[in-house]
Design a protein around this ligand. Structure first.
Ligand SMILES: Nc1ncnc2c1ncn2[C@@H]1O[C@H](COP(=O)(O)OP(=O)(O)OP(=O)(O)O)[C@@H](O)[C@H]1O
Length: 252
């Protein structure tokens, strides 16, 4: 049986006492590949914050590896690029290596193996030639690749990506999904995206987050199912044609 990495049971949480997500249940097993969709402000990032331990629940239970006081060192996280401080004077290579530091502690010295792994990951994500550049000099897409390499260097069992396609060019978007499919042979992946059309070609299940969470246990989802989930996303097509995300969510 596959291992349960994360179990959220009846989670309600939010900000300043006001709930953003309510009664959410989600189990992430080894090698799951879950696409998280939902309207703007629906609570997708809030859900990630609970998984990452950044935001404590108002109520409900979080279990990691079956334990309520488990560590999160098995999680690799690719944040939204617009949340990254671009002025920080650190090179691409240092950014990638710092993924090890977050696991082993601040006084870590990088071994030869660490540096070789950093290089291999930068090659896989196509930024090896940029390794000496200061992170702020990179384009949004290049920065995404650097932070993806950083998330991968600690060899996570669960990789979490928050809207990785925002800054990514079409070429890398295809490469990114191919890479994620390969990585999914070794790790579970949770990806927040507005691009349901593209992501549904790759993920194994889809969770719609709109205060509550509705899990659809397959990557094929119809407009009718989205409507039934009360998930105000209009599915137009697979591929790169943009779909519409509707703001109003008071249909039912
Ligand atoms: N730091 C914060 N303080 C107060 N309210 C917040 C904070 N972060 C998010 N919220 C509110 O919580 C709700 C859920 O926000 P969240 O960012 O989780 O949604 P989202 O689905 O990730 O949205 P988007 O698709 O726009 O990124 C929204 O109403 C938002 O305004």
């Amino acid at each position: 049986m596959s291992e349960r990495l994360v179990e959220l049971t009846d989670i309600t949480t939010g900000y300043d006492g006001v709930a953003a997500i309510e009664h959410v249940n989600l189990t992430i097993n080894e090698r799951d590949y879950i696409g998280i969709i939902g309207p703007n402000g629906g609570g997708k990032t809030t859900l990630l914050k609970v998984i990452l331990g950044i935001l404590p629940p108002f109520s409900g239970k979080v279990k990691l590896h079956g334990s309520t006081d488990g560590k999160r060192d098995f999680i690799g996280y690719l944040p939204q690029v617009n949340n990254i401080d671009k002025k920080f004077p650190i090179t691409v290579q240092e950014v990638v290596l710092s993924g090890i530091m977050s696991r082993k502690g601040i006084f870590t010295r990088y071994s030869k193996q660490d540096k070789a792994l950093a290089r291999e990951l930068m090659e896989r994500t196509g930024i090896e030639h940029l390794r000496k550049k200061v992170i702020g000099e990179l384009s949004g897409g290049q920065m995404q690749r650097a932070f993806l390499s950083r998330a991968l260097i600690s060899k996570p069992k669960l990789l979490i990506l928050d809207e990785p396609n925002t800054y990514v060019d079409n070429k890398f978007e295809g490469e990114l999904y191919e890479l994620l499919t390969k990585l999914n042979e070794q790790m579970a992946i949770v990806i927040v995206t507005h691009d349901l059309g593209t992501v549904s070609q790759y993920v194994k299940s889809i969770a719609c987050v709109n205060r509550g969470l509705h899990l659809h246990p397959s990557n094929i989802i119809s407009q009718e199912q989205l409507d039934n989930y009360n998930c105000p996303i209009q599915l137009i097509t697979h591929g790169h044609i943009p779909h519409t995300v509707l703001e109003n969510h008071n249909k039912k």
